[in-house]
Design a protein around this ligand. Structure first.
Ligand code: UGA
Length: 341
């Protein structure tokens, strides 16, 4: 099998490339603007990597779609701060560019495994969110936070329609707050615009106060990257075509935690690290408007139903919260440690 992975250097992309090369005989072609997270796989004889931007290399992308069996377009802007600060960039890359690729897959008759998002459920009142029955509840237009959710939702609908009417072989996956090594670039955390686990760890490392938006009662189900990748591998393997034409939430409902508890746990873990025993972490509360601006709106509860992945793919998440947070923190601190001469 030959896979095309766009955004191969991302948090999901780099882990997926590594798992594919270690566990299968599949060929992978990847593109990304950077390569720093792929050091484990560059040079492998089944991995062809091109350093480049998918927007500037459309002809190359289309030529590779023509040669691939399965296409994974993982390129997107996936941080809430960007949704409110750069909504048009989010739309252009996340929606417009991916729509082009999705249509090209349909035209060329290629299987598409597309990353939808837990964001598409928005402020849905269900607990848990179900792929088949849950309503998707987004806020008013001036709350620009929803431009990403809306972009992903419309792509889901287009992909579904292409499956129904034009025979596109697809699977939609919905990651729920995956965490782990290489989640976000530390530089992004410095700007206050990475996802919450990286942000809190980075605050701790810099001796800054952790900022709990609106008091931190929002809950998320943190899913360890290895569990997510295991499910994604089963989707790609697609035994008996069981993943085709389906949508899968990929998350860990057992790892449900409020942002306040998350901050407390990370503080404890940080202080138990040999190099940071003397640290005195601080936690402060900030109004959402002060942190993100007026265009933000939050999601208070986000729990995935995972029966579809369990029943059709035999998948269950295994990594608990303590281990997931410890491994993520450890990897972040190790990446900061000076390299021995
Ligand atoms: C994320 C992002 O949209 C995407 O990464 C992705 O599509 C999706 O969820 C997912 O991974 O499932 P969200 O969970 O809201 O959305 O993003 P985070 O930035 O990780 O924030 C989580 C919570 O922590 C929010 O309630 C936020 O207000 C809070 N937060 C964030 C703080 O309290 N303090 C901070 O410094 C940062």
């Amino acid at each position: 099998m030959r896979l095309l992975i766009l955004g191969a250097n991302g948090f999901i992309g780099n882990s997926l490339v590594r798992a594919i090369l270690e566990r299968t005989d599949w060929q992978v072609v990847g593109m990304d603007r950077s390569r720093d997270k792929l050091e484990h796989s560059l040079g492998h004889d089944r991995f062809a990597f091109v350093n480049g931007d998918i927007v500037e290399n459309r002809d190359w992308v289309d030529a590779q779609i023509a040669r691939a069996d399965v296409v994974l377009p993982l390129v997107a802007i996936a941080t809430p701060m960007a949704y409110v600060r750069e909504p048009l960039e989010v739309f252009e890359l996340t929606f417009e560019e991916n729509l082009r690729i999705v249509k090209e897959c349909a035209r060329a008759g290629k299987r598409l495994v597309f990353p939808s998002s837990s964001e598409v459920y928005g402020m849905c009142a269900d607990e848990p969110f179900d792929e088949q029955t849950s309503r998707m509840v987004l806020g008013p237009i001036h709350k620009q936070r929803w431009i990403y959710a809306c972009s992903k939702q419309l792509l889901d609908r287009v992909i579904w329609a292409l499956g129904r009417h034009e025979g596109l072989d697809f699977t939609l996956i919905r990651p729920f707050n995956w965490i782990g090594p290489k989640l976000d670039d530390p530089q992004t955390a410095k700007e206050g615009s990475s996802r919450v686990v990286t942000q809190f760890i980075d605050n701790l490392v810099r001796g800054e106060a952790i900022k709990l938006v609106d008091g931190g009662r929002q809950r998320r189900c943190l899913t360890y990257i290895d569990d997510g990748i295991e499910c994604l591998m089963r989707v790609l393997d697609n035994p008996g075509g069981r993943a085709s034409g389906r949508i899968f939430n990929i998350g860990n409902p057992a790892n449900d935690i409020s942002m306040r508890e998350l901050a407390d746990r990370l503080c404890k873990l940080f202080r138990s690290h040999p190099e940071h025993r003397g640290a005195r972490p601080r936690i402060v509360e900030v109004p959402a408007e002060a942190h993100y601006g007026a265009d933000y709106e939050d999601i208070l509860v986000r729990t995935p139903a995972i029966e579809a992945a369990a029943e059709l793919l035999g998948w269950r998440p295994r990594v608990g919260l303590d281990e997931a947070l410890a491994r993520t923190l450890e990897a972040y601190l190790a990446a900061l440690a000076p390299v021995a001469p």
